[in-house]
Design a protein around this ligand. Structure first.
Ligand code: ZN
Length: 367
C-alpha cells in the first residue's frame, strides 16, 4: 500500500483490530454562530473563515487525544455530508424530500441546467486536515448515487440524463482520487440512501441502480486503490432520528456487497439483532474485504462503556474472521452542520470508548 500513512496503518493492522470514525463531529457553538451571522450578513467572510479554522484545529487536536489511530476532520467545514459538492452552484431548492421517523424532513436541491460540476471536491478538506496532523486521515465523500437524485424526473432541456450521469461519474471519480492524492489513508463513500432506497422501491430495483452507478465510479480505480476505498451504510442519522431503521438489513446487504470496494463500515450497535446481521455479513464478505462493525450508537445519549464496546467486538469476532474485522461508529455524530442533538464532549467520549473497548477486545483475542 502506497501513500502517506500507509506504513502506520500496516503496523497498526499487524498489532490490533483497526478502528476508525465515520466522519462528522458536532460543530462548536462559536462556529454555528459565525455561520448564522454570515448568512444574515452580520459578519465578514474572513471572520467566518477564522471560525472554520479554529473549529478544525480544535477538532483534530481533540480527535488525536481520543487515541483514535485514524482520524477525520470532523466535517467541520462541510455544510453536510451530502451537499458539500453543491457549494456555490446555482440550484432550485425543491428537490427530493427525505422524511425521518420523527416527522422532520431534509430536502435536496434540484439541478436546473448542465453541465454538472462539483463546486467543492473532498480533497480540499483532506489537504486542510493533512496540514494539522500526522495521523492517518479518513476522508468521507458522498456517493454518486445520492447526487443522482439531483436530476429531476421531468428532465432538463438540452441536458439529457445520460449526459448528467456521465458528468456525475467523472466528478465522483475526481472527488475520490483528489482525496487519495491529498493524502487520505482511506476514502469512505457515504451511501446512506442505500437502505432508504428499499423503502422507496421495495423491489430493490432502485438499490441495484444505485450500486451499478457507484460501481461505474469504482471501475475507474485499480484493485489496490479500491482496497483503500470503502462504503458506509446506516439508517440515516439527523436530530437523533433515522430515515430507514424500519427497513431490514437483510434486504440491503446482498446488493451492498456487490459494491466493488475493499472496506465496509456498517451500522450495527443500534441494530436490534446484530448477530443475525453479522451472520449474513459473514456469508457475503469476500477474502479481500474488511468489515468495520459499528460499536457506538451516536443517537443514544448515554456514552457506551469500554466494556460494552469490548463485548460488541467480541460478539462480532465470534461470527466474522478477526483478521477481516475492524470497528467504527454507527454513523457520523452530526452529518448536517446544524444538527446539535449530540454534544461535542459526548461525541469525543464515545470515540474514546470505541478506541479503548476495541483495544480491550483485541488483547482478549490475542491479536
Ligand atoms: Zn451514517
Amino acid at each position: 500500500m502506497d501513500g502517506p500513512g500507509g506504513r502506520d496503518v500496516r503496523m497498526l493492522r499487524a498489532m490490533t483490530i483497526p478502528t476508525e470514525p465515520i466522519g462528522s463531529i458536532p460543530r462548536p457553538a462559536a462556529l454555528l454562530e459565525a455561520i448564522t451571522a454570515f448568512q444574515a450578513g452580520k459578519t465578514s467572510k474572513a471572520a467566518l473563515e477564522d471560525a472554520y479554522s479554529a473549529a478544525l484545529r480544535d477538532t483534530i487536536a481533540r480527535f488525536e487525544q481520543t487515541g483514535s489511530p485514524v482520524i477525520s476532520d470532523g466535517e467541520q467545514t462541510k455544510p453536510s455530508f451530502a451537499t458539500y459538492p453543491l457549494s456555490g452552484l446555482s440550484l432550485a431548492p425543491d428537490g427530493v424530500v427525505i422524511p425521518f421517523a420523527d416527522g422532520h424532513t431534509r430536502q435536496l436541491p434540484r439541478l436546473t441546467a448542465g453541465p454538472f460540476r462539483y463546486g467543492v471536491h473532498a480533497g480540499s478538506y483532506t489537504r486542510a486536515a493533512r496540514g494539522l496532523t500526522s495521523r492517518p486521515i479518513k476522508q468521507a465523500v458522498i456517493s454518486a448515487s445520492a447526487l443522482s437524485l439531483l436530476y429531476p424526473s421531468t428532465g432538463i432541456e438540452g441536458y439529457p440524463r445520460e449526459a448528467f450521469v456521465a458528468d456525475l461519474i467523472d466528478e465522483a471519480e475526481a472527488d475520490i482520487r483528489g482525496a487519495l492524492d491529498a493524502g487520505a489513508e482511506a476514502v469512505q463513500i457515504d451511501f446512506t440512501e442505500g437502505r432508504l432506497s428499499l423503502k422507496l422501491d421495495p423491489s430493490g430495483g432502485l438499490l441495484r441502480g444505485f450500486v451499478d452507478l457507484n460501481n461505474k465510479v469504482l471501475d475507474r480505480f485499480t484493485r489496490d486503490e479500491r482496497q483503500r476505498i470503502g462504503v458506509h451504510v446506516c439508517p440515516g442519522g439527523d436530530h437523533d432520528s433515522t430515515h430507514s431503521a424500519d427497513v431490514d438489513y437483510a434486504g440491503l446487504l446482498p446488493d451492498l456487497f456487490q459494491m466493488n470496494v475493499g472496506r465496509f463500515c456498517l451500522q450495527m450497535a443500534s441494530e436490534p439483532d446484530p448477530k443475525r446481521v453479522l451472520r449474513l455479513v459473514s456469508r457475503l464478505m469476500q477474502p479481500h474485504h474488511t468489515v468495520f462493525v459499528g460499536v457506538i450508537d451516536p443517537i443514544a445519549s448515554a456514552v457506551e462503556t469500554r466494556e460494552q464496546v469490548r463485548d460488541r467486538v467480541l460478539e462480532a469476532a465470534g461470527i466474522l474472521r478477526v483478521a477481516q474485522l475492524g470497528t467504527t461508529d454507527d454513523c457520523g455524530f452530526s452529518p448536517f452542520a446544524d444538527d446539535v442533538s449530540t454534544a461535542r464532549e459526548t461525541a469525543f467520549a464515545k470515540i474514546r470508548a470505541r478506541v479503548d473497548g476495541t483495544q480491550m477486545a483485541a488483547r482478549q483475542l490475542g491479536v
